[in-house]
Design a protein around this ligand. Structure first.
Ligand code: NAD
Length: 286
């Protein structure tokens, strides 16, 4: 079931910035590039922070979604409670920008490039924005633990709709959307707090995390569970874990490499260092 860690629920979770010198940064980038060059099964685990530079706010940074909306609203119980609460959640999701014409940034392209270099086993993402696939990752290698805003589903007849087509047909100012076929409740294909994660995606994510030799976290506060267990599964299985995140996470002290900075800037630098390590000519990752 989708849940946050107690400290985050109580609002005690603080975004802690960590200044890094250029030298220190370069050393960490080089170290991660070496780990990538030497690894055979790399899992990239991403959160909302990988997409903020694409214009989609995350939940916990200043100005993020939770600073404007109460997370307690975002439960399946509220969604089902009334047309009014349902409409509010639809509006939050639609206005959050996840289905606007957001485009992948340098971090998404760098991850897609790792796949082209034959270095990527899979992407496990908490994001619902489809940007890894848009950047060029094989959709079959992207496990979306929290669903996708690409589609909506009728809770009555189970008809699935492409979100873009649906939003062209319905008007949110006319009330909570109803299924065009049967007037049932329409729900975005995303996981609300209190809902079970998609079983097969979760099973695959756990399996790949336990079998990888390097797991790279990009842009996640690591406080939303069960997704945030993936680095632990990898570490327990003997894999190296690297974190690329703007702020400190509680897993930093367990990680082999920690790089604090913007994913859209750092990931292309890492990719470049990997290419040099592998002796591969540079491409156009950003
Ligand atoms: P989060 O909001 O808890 O944490 C985001 C993390 O990313 C923070 O630690 C922040 O410091 C970091 N960050 C922000 N900008 C960054 C950048 N440019 N480069 C590197 N790091 C950056 O997000 P989470 O860990 O993904 O978990 C919260 C939930 O948010 C998930 O359930 C996810 O489904 C949902 N969510 C998804 C989207 C999306 O699809 N793009 C957007 C908002 C929320």
């Amino acid at each position: 079931m989708l849940r946050r860690c107690p400290a985050a629920v109580a609002g005690q979770f603080r975004a802690r910035m960590c200044p890094v010198t250029d030298d220190g940064l370069n050393r960490q980038i080089e170290k991660l590039a070496e780990l990538i060059a030497g690894a055979n099964r790399i899992v990239v685990f991403t959160g909302a922070g990988v997409s903020t530079e694409s214009g989609i706010p995350d939940f916990r940074s200043p100005g993020g979604i939770w600073s404007r909306f109460d997370p307690e609203e975002f439960t399946i119980y509220r969604f089902l409670a009334s047309p009014e609460t349902r409409l509010k959640q639809w509006r939050i999701l639609v206005e959050s920008g996840v289905i606007a014409d957001a485009q992948p940034n340098g971090a998404h392209f760098a991850v897609a490039e790792l796949e082209k270099l034959g270095k990527l086993d899979c992407v496990i993402t908490q994001n619902i924005d489809n940007l890894h696939q848009k950047a060029g990752n094989d959709p079959d290698r992207v496990y979306e633990l929290h669903g996708t805003m690409n589609h909506a589903r009728c809770l009555g007849c189970q008809q699935r709709y492409a979100m873009k087509d649906l939003l062209a047909r319905i008007r949110l100012d006319a009330g909570a959307p109803l299924c065009p076929a049967c007037d049932g409740i329409l729900k975005p294909d995303v996981i609300f707090f209190g809902e079970q994660l998609p079983a097969e995606a979760l099973r695959q994510a756990v399996d790949h995390s336990r079998r990888c030799d390097l797991l790279i976290v990009v842009g996640s506060s690591l406080v939303v569970y069960p997704a945030a267990y993936m680095p632990t599964y990898a570490k327990e299985a003997g894999a190296a874990v690297a974190i690329v995140n703007l702020t400190v996470t509680d897993f930093d002290s367990h990680a082999d490499v920690v790089i604090h900075g913007k994913a859209g800037e750092i990931m292309p630098l890492i990719l470049e260092a990997v290419r040099q390590n592998l002796g591969v000519a540079g491409g156009d990752a950003a």
